[in-house]
Design a protein. Structure first.
Length: 114
């Protein structure tokens, strides 16, 4: 499985960015796709994930500001990030989770300035 992430970049606090991730290779009957992030000097943390049927989960820190969506036909997931805060800065990693394994994409940098 290969995960390719797009988007990210820089934004001012209060602004918006969007991340996209496309999965290719082996297919699965069901899986979660989502995002994790890692700020400088910190451990990787969960951001949001969405199941095959559309069930979503968000970290408390992004609830109400970030929205995750997926297109099963295209094996893609998007993360719309609004009302960005400087603490949202970090490298964002796309994740595909099956029952037995996690797959990771390359990170994409998000920088939010105050």
């Amino acid at each position: 499985v290969q995960l390719q992430a797009f988007g990210g970049g820089s934004a001012q606090a209060g602004g918006s960015l969007r991340l996209s991730c496309a999965a290719s290779g082996r297919t699965f009957s069901s899986y979660y796709m989502g995002w994790f992030r890692q700020a400088p000097g910190k451990v990787r943390e969960f951001v949001a994930t969405i199941g095959w049927t559309g069930t979503t989960y968000y970290a408390d820190s992004v609830k109400g500001r970030f929205t995750i969506a997926r297109d099963n036909a295209k094996n893609t997931v998007r993360l719309q990030m609004n009302s960005l805060k400087p603490e949202d800065t970090g490298v964002y990693f796309c994740n595909l989770r099956t029952a037995i394994k996690d797959y990771w994409g390359q990170g994409t940098l998000v920088t939010v300035s105050s």
